[in-house]
Design a protein around this ligand. Structure first.
Ligand code: FAD
Length: 370
C-alpha cells in the first residue's frame, strides 16, 4: 500500500502555535461562547487557510492529508478545530466550481484569513438532512435572482463574511455565494444555543436580489457541487474526532499513572485499564481507516463508502474514549478545569451517523435504499 502521508513536519510546525493556545484558552472561549478570534488570526498568519487553495490564488494547495492533520492536532492539543476546518474546507466548493471572477476576488483573501468563509446554509426547519426538498427559493428576475430562505442550525453565520446558500431554483438545488458585508442587513440571524460552542443560528432571508454572478456552478447543479466535497469533509470530521479522542486518552493515561487512592495508583485496576485499552484500539483502527481514505483520494480513487466508514468509526471511537475518560477521572471529569466535560459536549456534534449508515448500506453492501 502507498500511504498518502506527505505530512512529515506538519505536527512539529504546528506545535509551538498550539502550545500558545492551550486548553485554558479554549475553556475561556467556550465559557464565553465566543469566536476564537486570536487563534483564528494566528492560524491565518501561519498560512493554514490556503491548504485547499491553488498556488495561483495565493494558497499552498497542500491537500486533504495535511488539512486532516491540522484539525486533528488542534483537537489533540485540547482545542476546537471547527472554525479552522470551516475556513480551510468550505472554500473548496469555490475552488472546484466557482467562476474565475469569484476565485480571483475571494480566494487570496480567504487564504490570508482576511475574509472569513465559514458558513454553508443548507438545513431548513422542514427538510432536516434532506437537501433535495428545500423550501427556500431562488427565482430568476431579469439578469439576477430573488432569494427567499429559512435556514436553521447554521454554524458561524454571525462570524463569517461569506456564506454559501442552498435554494431551490426551477432547475433544482442551486448554490449562491453571499457577501454578508454587502447584503448582511437583509440576512436576519438569530442565535440557537447548543450544547457545544458551535455558534449556530437560524437565518432568514426575504426577497434578496442578487446578480447571476453570485451563483456557484450550474443552476440545478448545487447538490452535485457540494457532494464533490463530501469525501474530504467526512475525513476531516473523522480527524477531528480522532484528535478529541487522543486528547482525552493521553490525559486519562497520565491521570491513571499518577492518581492514587487507597495507597494504589488507579491505573493498576482493570476497571480503569480495560476501557482505556478498548478506546485506544478503536481509535487506532479508525485512524487506519482515515489514512486509507486519504491514500485513495491521493490516488484519485473513489472513496465514498470508506470515507463514511472512517467518520462513523472515528466518532464512535471518540465517544467510547470519552466514556473511558469519565471513568478514569471520576468526579473530576465533570469539573471544567479537567476539560473532559467540554470535550464530552464538543463530541456530541460528531455522533449523528444514521445517514452515513444509509450510505454505507447502499454503496458498500448494495442493500436497498431507505
Ligand atoms: C452543532 C451543529 C452545527 C450545524 N451546522 C450546520 C451548518 O453549518 N449548516 C447546515 O446547513 N446545517 C448545520 N447543522 C444541521 C445538520 O446538518 C442537521 O442537524 C442535519 O442535517 C439533520 O437535520 P435535523 O437535525 O433536522 O434532523 P432530521 O433530518 O429531522 O432527522 C432526525 C433524526 O432522524 C434521522 N433520520 C432522518 N432520516 C433518516 C433516514 N432516512 N434513515 C435513518 N435515519 C434518518 C437523522 O439521522 C436524525 O438522527 C448543524 C447541526 C448541529 C447540531
Amino acid at each position: 500500500m502507498v500511504w498518502a502521508n506527505p505530512t512529515a513536519g506538519v505536527r512539529e510546525a504546528l506545535a509551538p502555535l498550539l502550545r500558545r493556545f492551550g486548553p485554558e484558552y479554549w475553556r475561556e472561549v467556550d465559557a464565553a461562547r465566543a469566536f476564537p478570534t486570536e487563534f483564528f488570526d494566528a492560524m491565518g498568519r501561519a498560512g493554514y487557510f490556503g491548504t485547499f487553495i491553488p498556488e495561483g490564488f495565493g494558497g499552498a494547495d497542500a491537500g486533504p492529508a495535511v488539512a486532516s492533520l491540522v484539525v486533528e492536532e488542534i483537537n489533540r492539543a485540547g482545542g476546537d478545530a471547527a472554525a479552522i476546518n470551516a475556513q480551510m474546507s468550505i472554500c473548496r466548493t469555490l475552488v472546484l466550481h466557482g467562476s474565475e471572477e469569484q476565485k480571483r476576488r475571494w480566494l487570496p483573501a480567504v487564504a490570508r484569513g482576511e475574509v472569513r468563509f465559514l458558513a454553508v446554509a443548507a438545513t431548513e426547519p422542514g427538510s432536516g438532512a434532506n437537501m433535495q426538498e428545500l423550501a427556500s427559493t431562488a427565482v430568476r428576475e431579469g439578469d439576477g435572482w430573488v432569494l427567499s430562505a429559512r435556514k436553521v442550525m447554521i454554524s458561524f453565520a454571525e462570524h463569517t463574511r461569506l456564506m454559501i446558500l442552498l435554494a431551490r431554483a426551477e432547475e433544482g438545488t442551486t448554490l449562491f455565494l453571499l457577501d454578508l458585508d454587502e447584503v448582511g442587513e437583509k440576512v436576519e440571524r438569530h442565535p440557537i444555543r447548543m450544547i457545544a460552542n458551535r455558534m449556530t443560528t437560524s437565518v432568514f432571508i426575504d426577497a434578496l436580489r442578487v446578480p447571476d454572478e453570485a451563483r456557484i456552478g450550474p443552476a440545478g447543479g448545487g447538490l452535485r457541487c457540494l457532494m464533490d466535497g463530501f469525501v474530504v469533509r467526512r475525513v476531516l470530521a473523522a480527524a477531528e474526532a480522532i484528535g478529541n479522542a487522543r486528547f482525552l486518552l493521553e490525559r486519562s493515561v497520565e491521570y491513571a499513572k499518577t492518581r492514587e487512592t487507597h495507597g494504589k495508583l488507579i491505573g493498576v485496576h482493570q476497571g480503569i485499564q480495560y476501557p482505556l485499552v478498548q478506546a485506544h484500539m478503536k481509535v487506532e483502527a479508525a485512524d487506519l481507516m482515515r489514512w486509507d481514505v486519504l491514500d485513495r483520494v491521493a490516488r484519485g480513487e473513489e472513496a465514498v463508502a470508506r470515507s463514511a466508514m472512517a467518520k462513523v468509526l472515528a466518532s464512535e471511537a471518540a465517544w467510547e474514549t470519552t466514556r473511558a475518560a469519565l471513568t478514569t477521572f471520576g468526579g473530576w471529569a465533570l469539573a471544567a478545569e479537567y476539560d473532559c466535560e467540554r470535550k464530552l459536549r464538543e463530541g456530541t456534534v460528531f455522533v449523528f451517523n444514521n445517514l452515513l449508515m444509509n450510505l454505507i448500506a447502499d454503496k458498500a453492501l448494495g442493500l436497498p435504499r431507505a
